[in-house]
Design a protein around this ligand. Structure first.
Ligand code: SF4
Ligand code: SF4
Length: 373
């Protein structure tokens, strides 16, 4: 049974030690970062930079605490993510969201190059075959995976597995293009975009949000380039008139996330990756969306572990026990379904990604919570 260290978001005494940054310092001390990383060792601190408009990310103040903890043992940390939009623009988004060298105390670099094409093909599993792991993540010997836990349009729940899988794999490969990048996970259902012209209000949000420029308009006709579309579903999500549908296969998608996470993890040695899950500002959607809604569940706290499956299982169990916050999408979605808040919102069997991660050997489903006060 693996240990998952937990610190609650509640403040009992008004002092730094009881703050979230203060508790994160203690969590890292309890885990013992010196047992995982060495002096002079380069350590990637993998996070998600967010997007212009999605401000609910792992806050820079927490990244700074991770960097400080690594520097205290003489390691050489840097903050990194793979490109979601063009690399220079993505670095600008990071800066807008407060993540820069000055704020976090370490270089902020793109893991798969400014064009998102620097990667190495790595064996993944029976669904994906191989995927293009970002070269920096492939090459670096050690990593701290800092994940903002939230809901997700395709995954239902997004935490460390999603951060490793979608976040550790590039958008493109130089030879096989997007189909062996993270699009391989999205495209696994091979759905076709369905457009209803009668309902369409020609707002063009679908075209503007598309990361692949796969949607264009000729007059009032939507043109979809199916071969260029990686089935991320963003166009469907932003459409306000329900004119678009992108049918997918949730089960295969969730299993493919575990496979891709396994490919990323296979590039590290034993005990060279630790995980920090932030159960804070738990909004219903991915941090790559153009906006962040109000949290659907109250802040729970921070979890730290060296076991990917255990930390994900513990996070999911905590969220499943939580109530939906008044005035949030979580409360709006309660009426028509049983189950937990994220399950009610997305209706996706999201636990499957964790079960599959356990099946492929990424950790243990059974865990012990060690609360750090
Ligand atoms: S699913 Fe929609 S937004 Fe995503 S790549 Fe395809 S057309 Fe673009
Ligand atoms: S987002 Fe929906 S309503 Fe707007 S142009 Fe696209 S399909 Fe039409």
């Amino acid at each position: 049974m693996s240990k998952v260290y937990f610190a609650s978001a509640r403040v009992k005494k008004w002092r730094y030690e009881d703050s979230m940054p203060g508790k994160l310092e203690r969590l890292l001390g309890e885990l013992g970062v010196m047992n995982y990383f060495s002096p002079e060792e380069w350590v990637a601190v993998k996070t998600h930079f967010g997007s212009e408009g999605a401000h609910r990310i792992v806050r820079p103040t927490f990244l700074r605490k991770v960097v400080d903890a690594l520097r205290r043992i003489g390691a050489k940390p840097f903050i990194t993510d793979t490109v979601r939009i063009k690399g220079l623009d993505y670095l600008d988004v990071a800066n807008q969201n407060g993540i820069n060298h000055l704020s976090v105390g370490a270089p902020v670099v793109i893991a798969d190059g400014l064009y998102g094409k620097d990667n190495v093909m790595v064996k993944a599993g029976e669904l994906l075959g191989e995927v293009a792991v970002a070269s920096l993540i492939h090459d670096v010997p050690a990593m701290v995976v800092c994940s903002h836990v939230k809901g997700h349009i395709n995954a239902g729940y997004a935490g460390a597995i999603k951060n490793l899988a979608m976040g550790g794999v590039s958008a493109y490969h130089r030879t096989c293009g997007w189909k062996c990048g993270r699009g391989a996970m999205h495209a696994i259902g091979e759905g076709e975009l369905v457009w209803s012209q009668e309902k369409c209000e020609l707002c063009f949000q679908c075209r503007d949000i598309c990361p692949k420029d796969a949607i264009s308009f000729s007059g009032d006709e939507l043109i979809w380039e199916g071969d260029n579309c990686w089935r991320c579903g963003r166009c469907e999500r932003v459409c306000q008139s329900e004119s678009l549908a992108m049918p997918g296969d949730s089960e295969r998608f969730l299993r493919s996330l575990a496979e891709a996470a396994s490919a990323v993890m296979s590039t590290f040695g034993q005990k060279k990756v630790i995980f920090i899950n932030f159960l804070t500002e738990i909004q219903p959607e991915c941090d790559c969306m153009p906006a962040a809604d109000v949290p659907v569940i109250q802040d729970a706290g921070i979890l730290v572990s060296d076991d990917l499956v255990s930390i994900e299982q513990a996070s999911i169990d905590m969220l499943a026990r939580a109530e939906a916050l008044p005035g949030s999408l979580g409360r709006d979605s309660q009426a028509d379904a049983d189950g937990d808040v994220l399950g009610n919102i997305h209706k996706i069997p999201y636990r499957l990604q964790v079960e599959e991660a356990a099946r492929v050997g990424l950790g243990e489903l059974r865990y012990e919570i060690v609360e750090v006060g």
